[in-house]
Design a protein around this ligand. Structure first.
Ligand SMILES: [Ca+2]
Ligand SMILES: [Ca+2]
Ligand SMILES: [Ca+2]
Ligand SMILES: [Ca+2]
Length: 226
């Protein structure tokens, strides 16, 4: 029995050792300059199979990325574009050409997607938004299951969850607003929560202590709050 316990202990410890982390590595250390990085998203932005890092800078008023140089070493910051009070960034292929584009929102609701030329050079396209502001968060997911990634956002004022259908060729519909309300949505995530094959949407209320999800009810219909 003692041998068995000892064996189990050593297996447990060896599993633990695989999940430990080394010291932190620094991509950016310009804290004295107040660039205020607020959001990150990781994807292969230059198509060389390694993971690069895109960053939204709030007070820096810009979006930028860091190229993975291999083995976890990163380039200096590569500027993509000025962006007023950039608050949230999400990497996803938005024009279905197999390279990873960027979806960005500012604190006051400005939104744009940045078309990747495949090598990490980006071209900005503005997205028409209703008057939303305050801690805007963004994400992209194929909500209507037509093979392209649609856009999602939350805003504080008014407190809303919204989505834009991807119409193809880099065009998006007007904003659709989810039914139901939540006070100051402060998180945004997607996953198939009811195992019916489509992506559902989760958020949480900063001011009303709620974590909720919206069931995706299928093609062309608004999700239903759970
Ligand atoms: Ca890369
Ligand atoms: Ca693309
Ligand atoms: Ca879609
Ligand atoms: Ca589902």
């Amino acid at each position: 029995m003692k041998k068995l316990i000892s064996l189990l202990n050593s297996i447990f410890l060896s599993i633990l050792s695989f999940s430990q982390f080394g010291p932190q590595n620094v991509l950016l250390d310009h804290s004295s300059f107040g660039e205020n990085p607020r959001s990150i998203s990781v994807a292969d932005l230059d198509g060389d199979t390694d993971m690069d890092v895109a960053v939204a800078f709030g007070n820096g008023n810009e979006v930028a990325w860091y190229e993975n140089l291999g083995s976890g070493f990163y380039s200096e910051k590569k500027n993509i574009s000025p962006f007023n009070l950039a608050n949230s960034i999400y990497a996803s292929d938005l024009d279905n050409d197999s390279d990873i584009d960027l979806f960005v929102a500012g604190v006051y609701g400005e939104m744009a997607w940045f078309e990747n030329d495949g090598a990490g050079q980006f071209n900005q396209h503005l997205i028409a938004t209703p008057p939303i502001s305050g801690g805007v968060l963004v994400r992209a997911e194929d909500l209507d299951q037509d093979g392209d990634n649609d856009l999602l956002a939350t805003s504080h004022v008014p407190s809303q969850v919204l989505w834009w259908e991807n119409l193809g060729s880099g065009n998006f519909s007007a904003a659709n607003i989810f039914s139901g309300t939540i006070d100051y949505p402060a998180g945004l995530s997607c996953a198939d929560l009811d195992n019916d094959g489509d992506a559902d949407v989760l958020t949480c209320g900063d001011q009303d202590d709620q974590v909720i999800w919206f069931e995706n009810t299928g093609l062309g219909t608004l999700p239903v709050r759970k």
